[in-house]
Design a protein around this ligand. Structure first.
Ligand SMILES: N[C@@H](CCC(=O)N[C@@H](CS)C(=O)NCC(=O)O)C(=O)O
Length: 207
């Protein structure tokens, strides 16, 4: 028994962790939260994530927060799913680069765009600007089908998930390579199961 619990709120960044758990295929529990009832600010939850945010993952006694770290952790902890590139493989470095690129470059650039914030001076902001980030992703997926050829990894889940979200919110301009890649990752059965589960949880909260 894997003893995995996801602390989740629907229609949020924790959808990434939910999708990753579906990819891994191990049994897991979900503790559902919402943003308007104070449940992310209780001492019990703050002991899990002092940031008062989702996602958080409990595996045995270990708590992991930050969506990208959760994806990286699960991919390594359950290698049978073949979603990681293991230590010892020279592609491990580039793989980690993409796992970090998601939250440190892609996400802040997207948030700048969504919040209509002027990107700062590109030499000072770690992510430069959205065009720079998108051109970098574009180049990396042009050969495809995934960042590392035929192998779909946790890095595709993060970058592809970010692109899907950016396209949906119209923060990412339509480019054929983005649409094709976003469609490819979104068509994965685990992505569809996670999305259905997330919608079901959101609908139950509205009742
Ligand atoms: N850096 C975190 C961000 C997590 C995050 O901001 N989660 C939002 C939902 S999308 C949240 O829990 N917000 C509730 C709050 O801050 O009160 C990650 O990548 O996991």
């Amino acid at each position: 028994m894997s003893d995995l619990t996801l602390y989740h709120a629907p229609q949020s960044r924790s959808a990434t962790a939910l999708w990753m758990l579906e990819e891994i295929g191990e049994p897991y529990k979900i503790e559902v939260h919402r943003f308007d009832d104070g449940s992310l600010r209780t001492p019990t939850y703050l002991a899990i994530n002092p940031m008062g945010k989702v996602p958080a993952l409990k595996h045995g006694d270990a708590i992991i927060t930050e969506a990208a770290a959760i994806c990286c952790y699960l991919a390594d902890a359950f290698p049978k799913a073949k979603l990681n590139i293991p230590i010892g493989d020279l592609r491990r470095g580039p793989y980690l680069k993409w796992l970090f690129f998601g939250p440190s470059c892609f996400e802040p650039a997207l948030i700048d765009k969504m919040l209509k914030r002027e990107p700062g001076e590109r030499t000072a902001t770690g992510w430069g600007n959205l065009d720079l980030v998108l051109d970098t992703i574009s180049k990396a997926i042009e050969k495809g089908p995934y960042l590392f050829g035929d192998q779909f990894t946790a890095a595709d889940l993060l970058i592809g998930g970010g692109l899907r979200w950016g396209i949906m919110t119209k923060s990412v301009p339509i480019r054929p390579e983005f649409s094709a890649y976003a469609q490819r990752v979104g068509d994965r059965p685990a992505a569809k199961r996670a999305s259905a589960k997330d919608k079901e949880i959101a609908a139950a909260q509205k009742k």
